[in-house]
Design a protein around this ligand. Structure first.
Ligand code: SAH
Ligand code: AVI
Length: 315
């Protein structure tokens, strides 16, 4: 990854960092801990939805290779693999993640669990990986994006991302998307301000990652976690707030950043979606929603889309 990408946000007002920098080995571990927190409902609910609908998904797509963006520990994907295993003979899975450590560990675990699995992991960003997907060998392909990670993209990034998905799929192929839905603000805010402070450690760890990657000297004790719901944008915003007037250097980038006491670095947004609006957005990208599943409270949604033909692609 190029250095200027990370220093650019630190030169803006207000300062920001790309949220993919959360995910070094420690960040991936902390995220896994977050998914087990009592306050962090999205993983548990998405898992329960998948348990109910994985066989339906496998029946709807038929034999299909699974390509997952931001796969992390692939914990929930195992539910899909089990369903395909139950219904079909061939099991093909391509996990993609910017965090190479968790990608490798997960790939080895999966190969142990499913002896018939053909696996091809790609370490890199969504853009890098989608540009170099190996040609498919099975009758169909499904791109998977779980965990509401799409909510970490702002509207413009999301629009570009969905265009990439459209371009990576052939007509008839599938896209499975997990999204966190709008709900009572207190429930959402609690999920990003857990009592054990794991989300705070995850947020602060972005600075440790920069220190490691760019020989930096950020002192995490001089920052605090700050997360709140922005009701206008329907998103959680996570920031790091400087507790003092300070400077930090990133040696490899030959870059120094100064922060006032109270100044913030914006580290993440996590958008919460209105399902009908999202479905219209998907449809406008030639990703036609075939079926959606939610939990009883409609806190989380899973949408299975099929890529439609456009223009000259159509018979
Ligand atoms: N899909 C899993 C993990 C979600 S955490 C789940 O639902 O629980 C988000 C994952 O996306 C992390 O593993 C992180 O390393 C990866 N990630 C974040 N930004 C990325 C990017 N720009 N390109 C590729 N992977 C990314
Ligand atoms: C990966 N992503 C969808 C998580 C989220 O909820 O936005 C990351 C996270 N940030 C704080 N807690 C979890």
């Amino acid at each position: 990854m190029k250095g200027w990408i990370s220093s650019r946000g630190l030169q803006q007002t207000p300062k920001y960092l790309p949220c993919r920098y959360f995910y070094d080995d420690r960040g991936s571990q902390l995220f896994e801990q977050i998914t087990d927190l009592p306050e962090y409902y999205p993983t548990r609910i998405e898992q329960s939805i998948l348990e109910n609908c994985a066989l339906d998904i496998a029946r709807l797509t038929g034999s299909c290779e699974l390509v997952e963006l931001g796969s992390g520990s692939s914990r929930k994907t195992r539910i899909l693999l089990e369903a395909y295993d139950t219904l079909h003979n061939e099991l093909q899975y391509c996990p993609i993640d910017v965090s190479a450590g968790i990608l490798k560990t997960t790939a080895l675990d999966l190969l142990n669990s499913y002896p018939r699995l053909k696996l091809c992991g790609l370490a890199g960003t969504y853009e890098q990986a989608l540009a170099q997907l190996p040609p498919r060998e099975l009758e169909n392909r499904m791109l998977i994006f779980l965990g509401s990670t799409i909510g970490n993209l702002n509207q413009e990034e999301c629009d570009r991302f969905l265009t990439l998905i459209q371009q990576a799929l052939e007509p008839g192929e599938f896209f499975l998307l997990g999204v966190d839905l709008q709900k009572d603000i207190s429930i959402i805010e609690a999920a990003y301000n857990d009592a054990q402070g794991i989300t705070a450690a995850f947020n602060l760890n972005i600075l440790n990652h920069l220190n490691w990657r760019f020989q930096g000297n950020f002192d995490t004790d001089q920052f605090e976690h700050w997360a709140f719901y922005n009701p206008i944008k329907n998103q959680i915003e996570m920031h790091l707030r400087s507790l003092t007037l300070q400077t930090a250097r990133l040696e490899v980038l030959n870059f120094q950043v100064a922060l006032e006491e109270g100044e913030t670095i914006h580290t993440e947004i996590s958008r919460k979606f209105h399902l009908p609006t999202l479905m219209a957005t998907l449809e406008a990208k030639a990703l036609k929603p075939l079926q959606t599943w939610t939990d009883l409270n409609a806190w989380f949604g899973l949408v299975l889309c099929q890529r439609q033909c456009i223009g000259a692609e159509c018979p």
